[in-house]
Design a binder for this molecule. Structure first.
Ligand code: EPU
Length: 423
C-alpha cells in the first residue's frame, strides 16, 4: 500500500537536529568496495532507500552485506561475487546503479548494465561513462535495453580523458575504474564536489595512487590490486542546506548539528546576501528568527557554486522573500517543473523556459494535495506544507525516503507535525 505524508502547516520549529551521513558519499563507497576482494566497513552510514536498494543489487551479485542500522554501520564482503550482470527492474529504477559498472569492469573485465532511470531527473544519459570506458580500451555493445562492456585483451589501459561537461558520478566512476588499469590515467574537467576527495582518501589508504582530487585534474597511477578498509561517511551537505532553508522559511530557531558548513560552498554567502540570519560554527549552523529576506537571483553551478540539489528548497524560500528574482537551473532539465505544484499552493512563480523561473514574493501558501516527482522537489514540498495554512498531503513519498532517513520522526522532534499514513 502506498504511503503518504500529511502535514499540518503553521508550526514554529525549535531545538536541535543532526545531519546524517551523505547519500552521495555512501553510494560511492559502496561502489568502491567492489574494487577489492577484501572487506570494507562503512560507519555513519545513512539507511535510506537509495543505499538500501544499491546494497540489494550488490547482494544479487554475490556480495555479502552485514547491516547494523542502530550503529549506522555496514560491512561489505565482496569476495564472493559470482556475476557482473547489472540487469533487472531494480537497476533500471535507480540511476545510481551505474556507479557499480566501473568497479566491476575494472575488477572482472566485463559488465552488462541495463539503462538506468529512476525519477524525473534520473533518466539522463550515460555517454560519459561509456565513452570513458572505451577510452580505457574497453569495447561496448549497446542496444535499447542495456550496454555490455568488455575490457580489451590487454585489460584496461590508462589514457587522458577530458569530460565534455562536468559530471560528479562520471568523474568518480572513471577514477575508480582507472585505479586497476595499467599505467597512468589523466582525467580533466573533473567535478570537485567534497565527496570526491574523501573517496580518494579511502582508495589511497587501500593502496590506490590518485592525486589531484578536489581540483579539475585528477591523475591515477594504476595499481594491480587494492585492499579493503574503513570509511566514515561525511555529513550530508544537501541535508544540511535543506534544514538551513527549512529553519529560515519557517522563521524558526533551530541548530543543525554534525555538519560541515564549508561544504555548502557559495550557498551560505548567497543566503547571507539575501538577508538570512544564521550563525555558523565549525560543525553546526543555527538559524535565527526575524530574517528580512530580499528576493535574490541564483544560477545553479557545479561545486563550489550553488548546488542544484539545493535549488528546490531555495526556490521555496524565495516565495517568502520580498521582491522578484530569477532561479536558473543550469544542471538538470526538468528540475524546475515541481514549481507548478508550489503555484497551486499560492506561490507566485512564472516558468520562463525549462531552465528558468521568476519567483515573486512574499506569497501566502495554502495546504494542497501534491505528488513528489523527485527527491529534492519532494522534501521541498514537505517544507512548503510546513509553512502553508491547513493540511498538505504528499504522495509518492518513496522519492523523499530515497534520501532522507525517517524524516517525519526527526522533524517531529523539532516541532513539525507530519504523519506517515498508509493510503
Ligand atoms: N550527463 C550527461 N552524460 C552522462 C552523465 C551526465 O550528459 O553520461 C549530464 C547530466 O544529464 C547533467 C550533467 O551531465 O546535465 C551533470 O550531471 P552529473 O553527471 O554531474 O550528475 P550525477 O553525477 O548523475 C550527482 C548526484 C546528483 C547531483 C548531481 C549534480 C550522485 C549519486 N548524484 O549526479 O544528486 O544532483 O551530481 O551535483 O552523486 C540528488 O542527490 O538528488 C541528486 C540528483
Amino acid at each position: 500500500m502506498p504511503e503518504i505524508f500529511e502535514i499540518e502547516g503553521g508550526q514554529k520549529l525549535s531545538g536541535e537536529i543532526e545531519v546524517n551521513g551523505a547519500k552521495n558519499s555512501a553510494l560511492k563507497i559502496l561502489a568502491a568496495s567492489l574494487l577489492s576482494d577484501e572487506k570494507c566497513k562503512i560507519t555513519n552510514f545513512p539507511f535510506i532507500e537509495d543505499t538500501k536498494r544499491i546494497m540489494e543489487i550488490m547482494e544479487e551479485l554475490g556480495v555479502r552485506v552485514e547491516k547494523n542500522e542502530e550503529l549506522k554501520e555496514v560491512e561489505i564482503d565482496p569476495s564472493g561475487i559470482k556475476g557482473t550482470s547489472l540487469t533487472g527492474e531494480l537497476v533500471r529504477k535507480l540511476r545510481a546503479s551505474i556507479l557499480l559498472a566501473g568497479p566491476l569492469l575494472a575488477r572482472f573485465g566485463e559488465v552488462e548494465i541495463d539503462h538506468p532511470g529512476g525519477c524525473v531527473i534520473g533518466k539522463r544519459p550515460i555517454d560519459f561513462f561509456v565513452d570513458g570506458f572505451k577510452k580505457l580500451g574497453a569495447s561496448c555493445e549497446e542496444n535499447d535495453q542495456s550496454v555490455k562492456i568488455v575490457s580489451g585483451n590487454n585489460g584496461l589501459v590508462g589514457e587522458e580523458i577530458i569530460f565534455p561537461k562536468i559530471s560528479v558520478t562520471g568523474t568518480e566512476s572513471l577514477m575508480m575504474t582507472a585505479v586497476l588499469a595499467k599505467g597512468k590515467t589523466i582525467l580533466k574537467n573533473c567535478a570537485m564536489e567534497p565527496e570526491i576527495p574523501v573517496l580518494v582518501e579511502y582508495l589511497n589508504k587501500c593502496g590506490a595512487k590518485i592525486s589531484g582530487a578536489g581540483t579539475s585534474t585528477i591523475i591515477i597511477d594504476g595499481v594491480g590490486k587494492i585492499s579493503g578498509g574503513e570509511f566514515e561517511v561525511i555529513p550530508d551537505r544537501i541535508e544540511t542546506g535543506t534544514f538551513l532553508m527549512m529553519g529560515l522559511v519557517t522563521d524558526s530557531e533551530i541548530t543543525i548539528k554534525k555538519c560541515i558548513p564549508e561544504h555548502l560552498g557559495s550557498v551560505l554567502e548567497i543566503l547571507k546576501g539575501a538577508g538570512a540570519k544564521f550563525e555558523i560554527g565549525t560543525d553546526y549552523i543555527r538559524t535565527i528568527s526575524g530574517s528580512k529576506l530580499e528576493a535574490t537571483s541564483i544560477a545553479t553551478h557545479e561545486y563550489p557554486g550553488f548546488a542544484t540539489d539545493l535549488q528546490p528548497p531555495y526556490t521555496l524560500l524565495m516565495t517568502q522573500a520580498k521582491g522578484m528574482c530569477m532561479v536558473h537551473e543550469t544542471i538538470f532539465d526538468g528540475r524546475l517543473f515541481f514549481v507548478d505544484q508550489l503555484s497551486t499552493m499560492g506561490a507566485n512563480i512564472v516558468i520562463c523556459d525549462p531552465h528558468r523561473v521568476i519567483v515573486i514574493g512574499p506569497a501566502k501558501l495554502f495546504g494542497k494535495k501534491l505528488s513528489s516527482p523527485d527527491l529534492r522537489a519532494g522534501i521541498t514540498m514537505l517544507i512548503a506544507g510546513m509553512i502553508a495554512e491547513g493540511k498538505t498531503i504528499i504522495e509518492n513519498i518513496y522519492q523523499i525516503d530515497r534520501g532522507y532517513e525517517k524524516i517525519e520522526e526527526r522533524l517531529a522532534k523539532i516541532g513539525a507535525k507530519i504523519k506517515r499514513v498508509r493510503n
